[in-house]
Structures are given as structure tokens and as C-alpha cells.
Write a protein that binds this ligand. Sequence first.
Ligand code: PRP
Ligand code: URA
Length: 208
Amino acid sequence: MTKTHIISHPFVVDSLTHLRDKQTSLSAFRRHSDKICYLLFSEAIQGLDFNTVEIETPLTKIKAKKLADEVIVVPVLRAGLAMLFGAMKLLPKSKIGFVGLERDEKTAQAHEYYWKLPPIKANSVVVITDPMLATGGSILHLLRRVAKKNPKEMRVVSVIAAPEGIEAIRREFPHIEIFTASIDKKLNEVKYIVPGLGDYGDRYFGTD
Ligand code: PRP
Ligand code: URA
């Protein structure tokens, strides 16, 4: 069964309020986005597998743990880029794939305009970052293509998720884990998340 983790770290809760507020300036939006994305991503990589290695501290030899899984971070352009910077700080050795998807303003259907992923292997954990999980169409498009390469696991990180999007993912990918700061109330008639925060990409990149 799809598990949705709602991250309730106090900085996540506080930053989400700033992101939702329409008075928040571009610079403050970016600052809170960077903070919330870093914290959400660090939760999303919980439970990865380790190898045991022998290392020497200045005092003695010990057996210690080193991450074994290969993490591939896939930000959904554009807004998913907001989470990439924090992800690269946490996992400097992660591979990065890029997928360009844009929703049609009338139909809300995602259209792919770019696709470039590193090779996906049996030990790859693919972490998809997209701050807004609305209908789920964008993420499902990606999950369907990535699933064909048989990764070890796929995970989704979003700042806000709509119940409709979570349900759509659950129906097709019952084992996916979703990490989010909030499950909001619903989608409106133009498939925007309510209460939401508006268009994440526009607010983060200053294009509205
Ligand atoms: C937004 C958002 C997600 C998508 C979510 O992207 O960043 O990628 O919509 O909607 P869905 O769950 O209904 O597919 P948008 O198409 O506005 O592109 P942008 O990131 O370039 O602004
Ligand atoms: N994309 C956004 O940026 N916001 C929404 O509410 C829905 C899709």
C-alpha cells in the first residue's frame, strides 16, 4: 500500500506557512523553499541500505556503515529544480536525471519536452522531486517510464500533495512512498491545489 509520510518538523511547518502566504516576496519564497526542500529530501532518503566497511579513526580500527544504494535524483522541470540544490548538498555523489514536463493550462495533462536520465541499475533508488503533486499526471508519466527500467525503488518528494494525486499514484503504484509537508483539501476546477500556494514554478523562479 502506498505510504504517505507527512513531515511535521517545526521548520517544515513554519516554512510551509511562508510559502502559502501570497504576500511572501520572491527572495523569502526561495529561502523557505530551500529550507523545506532540504528537510523533506533528508526524510525521503531514510531507510537506504548500507555496506559495512572497515575504517580507522585516529584512535582505532572500527567497522562502520557506508551508503550502498545508488541514489538517482530526478527533478521534474521546472519546479522540481527547487529541491535539487538541497539534494545535491546532502548526496554529492548522487546521479541526476532531468525530465521536462508541462501541464496544458486547459486540460491539465502533462506534456513531456525533455528526458535525460542516467542508467538505472538494480541498486538504484530513484527519488523524484516535484513540489506540487496535483492530479498526479506528471509524476505518473515519469513513474511509468522509470518503472520499465526496474530500479530497486522509486520514491516521490513533494511540498504539497492533493488527495486526488496520491490516490492516482496509489492505484497504479501501490508500493511507492510519498514524502510531503501537507496533504491539502482538494483540487479546484482548473486542477490547482486548494488551499495550496499557487504556481510553485512561477513563485520560485519569479515568472508570474
Ligand atoms: C506543475 C508542478 C508539477 C505539476 C503538477 O508544473 O510543478 O510538475 O504542475 O501537476 P499534476 O500533478 O497535475 O501533473 P507546471 O506544468 O506548472 O510546470 P512548471 O514546473 O514549469 O511551472
Ligand atoms: N502546479 C502548481 O504549481 N500548483 C498547483 O496547485 C498545481 C500544479
